[in-house]
Ligand binder design. Sequence first.
Ligand code: SF4
Ligand code: MG
Length: 273
Amino acid sequence: MSIRYAPYLRMEHIPHMWCPGCGIGIIVKAMLRAFEALEWKADDLAVISGIGCTSRAPGYIDANTLHTTHGRALTFASGIKLARPDKHVVVISGDGDATAIGGNHLVHSCRRNIDLTLIIVNNNIYGMTGGQYSPTTPLGSKAATAPWGNADPPFDLAKLCIGAGATYVARGQVGSGVQLERLIRGGLQHKGFAVIEALSNCHTQFGRRNKLSDPIELIEHISKNTVNVREAAKLKPEELAGRMVVGLLHKDDTREEYCEAYDKVIQRAQAAA
Ligand code: SF4
Ligand code: MG
């Protein structure tokens, strides 16, 4: 059987290092299928990551790839985009990497509206570094650093990104790969800063501490707690409590893109020289 998105894979690095049943594979597949659907050439693509389980993804992708420092993928990606605005630049990051260590870079990338696509694999935990709680770990859930339950309320990542100025914000989940692919494709096509939060399972670090160590059970748990944006619009706030809204949550095509704005600054400086 031929795999349509195989040209985007470095097959010599397969099998991958992720735990069997990890949702990262579903998300990477959705991303590769979106590249394929858009007929993007690997040479025109840059895929950047920081540190963590998710951040191993670019190692398997046969494009221009960078595996950078913890939390800083967006800074490397911004530099690449400013230097080569003709290239498609994608960042793939985990919740710990993107929202804690890289939280500062996340909000400022949203504010700038630079033409990058950021996929955040939100599995509610630091996976690779040992199961520490992250800014998206649910209240009361257990983690290596919260053995009696997490006391820190989690971020609503999508709302955070909308508030900070991202112009495309969507949320999907690993129980629906087709929807995820569509949402990622929309983000890739958007001219501006696009964030796709992908709710995922880390049964190894999150699940086994929270009575959800079976990957299928955890994926079903995630799916059960989501509601589509159209259905959510018909529900009362009390009916929505504790559920994550999935779908395209925000899109604004009116804001100027950062590389274009920065070009104008260069032109003004050159005219004044
Ligand atoms: Fe996936 Fe968690 Fe295993 Fe990392 S530790 S590969 S996030 S299941
Ligand atoms: Mg994580």
